[in-house]
Design a protein around this ligand. Structure first.
Ligand SMILES: NC(=O)c1ccc[n+]([C@@H]2O[C@H](COP(=O)([O-])OP(=O)(O)OC[C@H]3O[C@@H](n4cnc5c(N)ncnc54)[C@H](OP(=O)(O)O)[C@@H]3O)[C@@H](O)[C@H]2O)c1
Length: 288
């Protein structure tokens, strides 16, 4: 299959490109600043709207996986105009070009479209974002007539797009004997990038329309997740210090419990959402 991945240098996009290339797909990896490792690198800046349309019409991919976004939640809060241009307008242009090119569009969205007052959100639950990042991602969903794949706190074995992810931050800090402060009152469904990448590729292959919660299968606090990571990698648990969300100096509000219910994906997909323990076992294997 011919696949265009936006954000091919990112934590998720890079892993999708790696898996798709390994199984023989023709992969084009879009990027803005950091050259992707897998797939054919294609400059694809979400601020260059004529360039987006031109690239999609030239490549005419069977599948477009739109993973690129301004993902820094606090930056989106401070730089709203930029966040709107990238996450909303960029997505609108991709969606329009995708329809013209006859491509199947998968839009990667987020648990942050929910306010976190309840948790274990199902696909049909009402969105109510607490921050600007969540709002821009929700507005982006409105343009997509293919598949909307929502996920939650991604992690993986390698840095991507010049950034360290949540699990790597925990591992690197504990390995260098640094104490870390992790919130006990924020609940998530952390998601291993390779697990999500495999689910997204299956959705693309089967051209499944509609909304799917593609995330880890375990609802867990960030603090307990950090302890699970430490326990499974034989790291020093005493370096993990509990704190509360109110102690954090965040520019953007965060939902308290944005965990996603992944029952639909577990029922319909061959690639099942993984529990935290299953995902950590896989992460350990990927490390080697
Ligand atoms: N990370 C999470 O915890 C999380 C949770 C739920 C949902 N999501 C969603 O999942 C998707 C992937 O997230 P991720 O963590 O893999 O992202 P990431 O590692 O932060 O990477 C972001 C990607 O977006 C690209 N990008 C940023 N600005 C761009 C621009 N102006 N034009 C084109 N590309 C641009 C980056 O390209 P360069 O490297 O070239 O700048 C990079 O490839 C996003 O849509 C995000 O909203 C993420």
């Amino acid at each position: 299959m011919k696949i265009l991945i936006t954000g091919g240098s990112g934590l998720l996009g890079g892993k999708i490109a790696e898996l798709a290339q390994a199984r023989g797909d023709e992969v084009f990896s879009g990027y803005a600043h950091n050259a992707p490792v897998f797939g054919k690198a294609v400059k694809f800046d979400l601020l260059d709207w004529p360039g987006i349309s031109e690239t999609i019409m030239r490549l005419k991919p069977e599948i477009i996986i739109h993973s690129a976004a301004l993902t820094d939640v606090d930056r989106c809060e401070r730089e709203r105009e930029l966040a709107y241009k990238i996450n909303v307008e960029g997505t609108r242009i991709i969606s329009e070009a995708s329809k013209k090119a006859g491509s199947f569009l998968i839009y990667i969205s987020t648990d942050y479209i929910f306010d976190g007052s309840r948790g274990r959100y199902k696909e049909g639950d009402d969105p109510h974002p607490l921050n600007y990042y969540g709002l821009t991602k929700l507005l982006g969903e409105g343009f997509c007539d293919g598949c909307i794949a929502r996920s939650s706190v991604l992690y993986g074995s390698r840095p991507a797009s010049g950034k360290v992810n949540f699990a790597l931050w925990i591992i690197n800090s504990l390995r260098s004997n640094q104490t870390i402060h992790v919130v006990t009152d924020q609940f998530i469904t952390p998601t291993l990038n390779s697990s999500l990448a495999a689910m997204v590729l299956e959705v693309g292959e089967r051209q499944l329309n509609g909304t799917y919660h593609l995330a880890g299968a375990s609802r867990i606090s960030r603090y307990d997740f950090a302890r699970t990571v430490a326990r499974m990698l034989d790291l020093d648990l005493s370096l993990i210090s509990p704190c509360r969300m109110e102690d954090m100096k965040w520019a953007a509000k965060r939902p308290m419990d944005s965990s996603l219910d992944t029952a639909k994906a577990a029922k319909q997909l061959e690639e099942k959402p993984l529990s935290t323990e299953q995902a950590m076992q896989r992460l350990k294997r990927e490390w080697i």
